[in-house]
Design a protein around this ligand. Structure first.
Ligand code: 9J3
Ligand code: ZN
Length: 309
């Protein structure tokens, strides 16, 4: 956030005789600021700087846990009741006490259905997101189609679904496995207002993504022989703009299908990425920067931390 000095000058702006002059307006602003500081310290209230942060301060154990702090509910969306995608399941925090949440749509891969990515539903929703795991129109749909379907699913979620009132429609993201991951890149390319994209062992014939403006975490698997990282995830990551918030996580000892069952490494960095970029929640920056080190579960991690906060 931008920290303002009490006299209303920007911290980076060099002080000039003009800016040192305390106008009546400046004095009034200073008095107001002091009054609110006093009020805050008297009540002991800690109003969050960020209106979008949800849930308690995170720890390593909270981002690795199989569930976050929110109890979740789920509701099924029939393919017969929607157009543009194949229906799915919405997972969401049960409580309405914390206001609205950001939302994420997730697409499965070629030949697969929502069941192949279902573990991400409650895992991410319990951290404070509305999560829509979708079916595609047909299981043979290609990445560009999956991208359009992810967007149709987000539109349904925010305008028609029974949980639309629980969602902040300005804070949306996309994820997907394999061709669904390729689809998440397609969705972000066509809707640059998306706040986060996470392709999981993504597959696409398009290897270049300079058009994206969405913070993107590319997740590859070192043993992937279906979408080898050298011809999929690595060029996807490398061709994203250098000016973008981006990261590349290569899972160690992992296959193309590792994202199809619950995985702590995928979860902890996905939660951190979604929190940081959908919720603007800088409390999660500690898990992304400095860059995670290679480990038993991480073959490689690349990224550009300088763009955070
Ligand atoms: O969604 C995927 O698993 C894509 C990988 C694949 O099977 O591509 C071959 C056409
Ligand atoms: Zn391209």
């Amino acid at each position: 956030m931008q920290h303002l000095l009490l006299d209303g000058t920007s911290p980076r702006r060099p002080r000039t005789p003009r800016s040192r002059t305390r106008t009546a307006k400046g004095v009034f602003a200073a008095a107001l600021a002091t009054a609110s500081l006093v009020a805050a310290s008297v009540t002991g209230a800690h109003a969050a700087d960020n209106p979008y942060e949800r849930g308690p301060a995170p720890t390593q154990s909270s981002i690795e846990a199989s569930r976050g702090s929110y109890a979740t509910s789920q509701t099924s969306v029939s393919s017969l009741s929607v157009t543009g995608f194949g229906g799915g399941t919405i997972y969401y925090p049960t409580s309405t006490a914390d206001g609205t949440f950001g939302a994420v749509a997730i697409s499965p891969g070629f030949t697969a259905t929502q069941s192949s990515i279902a573990w991400l539903g409650p895992r991410l929703a319990s951290q404070g997101f509305v999560v829509f795991t979708i079916d595609t129109n047909t299981t043979a749909d290609q990445p560009a189609s999956r991208g359009r379907q992810l967007l149709a699913a987000l539109d349904y979620l925010t305008t028609r679904s029974t949980v639309r009132g629980r969602i902040d429609s300005t804070r949306l993201g996309v994820m997907g496995h394999s061709m669904g991951g390729g689809g998440s890149l397609e969705a972000a390319k066509s809707r640059t207002s998306l706040k986060a994209a996470i392709p999981l062992t993504g597959w696409n014939t398009d290897k270049t993504w300079p058009e994206l403006r969405t913070p993107t975490l590319v997740v590859g698997a070192d043993g992937d022989t279906v979408a080898p990282v050298a011809t999929h995830s690595e060029p996807f990551y490398n061709t994203l703009p250098g000016s973008l918030d981006k990261a590349y996580l290569e899972l160690r000892g992992a296959s193309h299908f590792t994202p199809n069952t619950s995985n702590t490494t995928i979860a902890k960095y996905s939660v951190s990425w979604l929190k940081r970029f959908i919720d603007d929640d800088t409390r999660y920056e500690q898990f992304l920067c400095p860059l995670p080190q290679a480990s038993l579960t991480i073959a490689e991690y690349r990224g550009n931390c300088p763009h955070t906060s």
